[in-house]
Design a protein around this ligand. Structure first.
Ligand code: ATP
Ligand code: ZN
Length: 225
């Protein structure tokens, strides 16, 4: 049985958001007992458990009410939201603070030899991405048709591998694009990490704990500014 009295926070287990998510919670005074690869890490000095999962799972865990809080990139959150809306599935969540990390943009990029004149140059072509819903929204707004090559990694090698004509991928410095002979053409979504909570009532004790945590987070983030 799950213990519903403990506040459950979902964070990325391993990746670009995990160190800063952990550091933020530690800076809020939480003593995290993290053992190796375990899924759950208990907080020793508060009734809080951390769930260490893939970032892609975090929005669903919140929207299904399985976890109380989560720290996730807005790109992943928005993609899940669009997917659930399309499927008429539950997408109940509350956006809380933006975090001062995880900044990136979702951009279109093409081979540097491509004669790019704007998104219409990609009409009828194949675009590789991990974010088909965000990509579709962008092209639907412009009334442009395209095909998708859905990849969960190595998107930047798709044009060279002959899998796609262009890509739509996350960029921060642009070094990965350059190393693969690609040029960024259009930013379709700007993202950073965000704290989200599930919908519904938390009950008095959990709500009090959440309020305390949020106040501490604000303090930590202000101190950093
Ligand atoms: P997981 O194994 O958890 O699924 P992942 O490979 O999907 O990990 P990461 O590469 O660790 O994810 O990125 C996590 C999040 O970090 C992204 O969804 C995005 O919000 C943010 N991010 C910030 N900068 C970048 C970048 N340059 N490339 C990719 N993601 C970035
Ligand atoms: Zn992921």
């Amino acid at each position: 049985m799950t213990d519903n009295t403990r506040l459950r926070i979902a964070i990325q287990k391993k990746g670009r958001l995990s160190d800063e998510s952990k550091a933020l919670l530690k800076a809020c005074g939480l003593k995290i007992n993290m053992k190796g690869e375990s899924l759950i890490a208990h907080v020793e000095n508060a009734p809080i458990d951390l769930l260490r999962v893939r970032d892609d799972d975090i929005p669903g865990l919140i929207m299904d009410g399985v976890c109380d809080l989560g720290i996730v990139g807005e790109n992943v959150l928005e993609e899940e939201l669009l997917m659930r809306q399309r499927a008429n599935e539950k997408c109940d969540y509350v956006p809380l603070q933006k975090m001062a990390f995880g900044g990136c943009r979702l951009s279109l990029a093409v081979d540097k030899e491509f004669d790019y004149q704007g998104p219409e140059s990609l009409a009828g072509l194949r675009i590789a991405t991990t974010y088909p819903e965000l990509l579709r929204r962008y092209f639907d707004e412009k009334g442009i048709n395209f095909d998708v090559c859905l990849l969960s990694g190595s998107v930047e090698v798709a044009p060279r591998a002959g899998l796609a004509d262009a890509i739509c991928d996350l960029v921060s410095t642009g070094a990965t694009l350059e190393a693969n002979g690609l040029v960024e053409t259009d930013v379709i979504y700007r993202s950073q990490a965000r704290l989200i909570r599930r919908g519904g009532d938390f009950g008095d004790d959990k709500q009090a704990l959440l309020d305390k945590l949020l106040t501490r987070m604000q303090g930590v983030m202000q101190a950093k500014e």
